[in-house]
Design a binder for this molecule. Sequence first.
Ligand SMILES: Nc1ncnc2c1ncn2[C@@H]1O[C@H](COP(=O)(O)OP(=O)(O)OP(=O)(O)O)[C@@H](O)[C@H]1O
Ligand SMILES: [Mg+2]
Length: 388
Amino acid sequence: MATIELRQVEKKFGDLHAVKPMDLTVHDGEFMVLLGPSGCGKTTTLRMISGLEAVTGGQILIDGRDVTWAHPSDRDIALVFQFFALYPHLSAWQNIAFPLQAEGESRVNIEKRVSEVARMLGIKHLLHLRPKALSGGDKQRVGLARALVRRPAAFLMDEPIGALDADARETMRAEIKQFHLTQNATTVYVTHDQIEAMALGDRIVVMSMGVVQQVGTPAEVYYDPANLFVARFIGSPGMNLVTGGYADGVVHLPGSNPYPVPPAWNTALQREMGSEGDVIVGFRPEAGRVTGTGPLVAEVYATELHGAYTVLHLSLNGTVVHIRADRGIDYPIGTAVRFDLDPEIVRFFDPQTEAALRLPFDGAQDKAQEPALRRAQDTALTGGSTNG
Ligand SMILES: Nc1ncnc2c1ncn2[C@@H]1O[C@H](COP(=O)(O)OP(=O)(O)OP(=O)(O)O)[C@@H](O)[C@H]1O
Ligand SMILES: [Mg+2]
């Protein structure tokens, strides 16, 4: 068990600033996910924690001990990568037992731990087979078992299930979560898949171009994205983001759509932007509510039945938004639909800085906004630095 602390850790490859100075604390037993698009610096960050990559600046502490220049083998961590190379001439059991034998573990303990991890990953019946007799997914499980069988202070995983097909990924995602819940080992897990990040993470570090955009729980990055990048990257589809002119408590959205700003947010908008100016209104598809009387009106552009619900694509004079509606709903293209936004989960962004506006912390706002306020505050405290 361990805490991992990054203090102003950065990495340059020549002219390329792959990871800009980054602060991060991973708590003991926490499952922390590094999430972001290809090339944003996830693997580089993980490799610096492991010691496989030297830092260009900053400090790395594991359990308070400065390991910035310690050898990877002196950090008591286990690395799990996307591609596991199994020893072809050894059985699955021997492959999994290998790291324990190398550590000089007793035969009894090896039997016990291999059996435990094999049960957890559902491969007990395959232990006598050699790799060439295993399916791709089962090879991956054996590889994962070989990494998980150790009891290091922390696990570092780089897209460990990225190469599997969708079904196998979903199953193994649950197995990894199950393993974490039973072992409670500090874990840093890299993925570019936001659904995987939301499903697994206690907290998520959202990165873009070497910069930490936000650190927060899945609910925080989903409902209170720190900026437009996070709002777009998290969710499928991402958050609807519509620019409008703000004046006197109303945002004028495209297509003659005056949207009255919820009272708690109006104070924040006035404080940030004075009496008027452009603002971006952000809302998740489920924040839209089709009602006969909502303040907004848009034209149906497309409808998609996703089984449990329908996604309505609505055009506000050419700006298309997605709204999740009842699965029974099926409007002809071109129908005018009235809708409202759930005031609890609507958000506002500054078009210049791309940062989310925050509710004022003076306690004067509507009681109903308190959970959102607390979330925003936590996010601010955990240091969600924004893109400059
Ligand atoms: N050894 C290296 N030498 C030079 N540039 C590198 C090296 N390793 C990584 N980079 C560059 O650093 C940036 C960050 O790379 P990194 O592998 O950390 O990204 P990533 O977030 O893991 O992306 P992916 O999702 O594609 O794995 C990229 O622009 C990459 O090309
Ligand atoms: Mg990578």
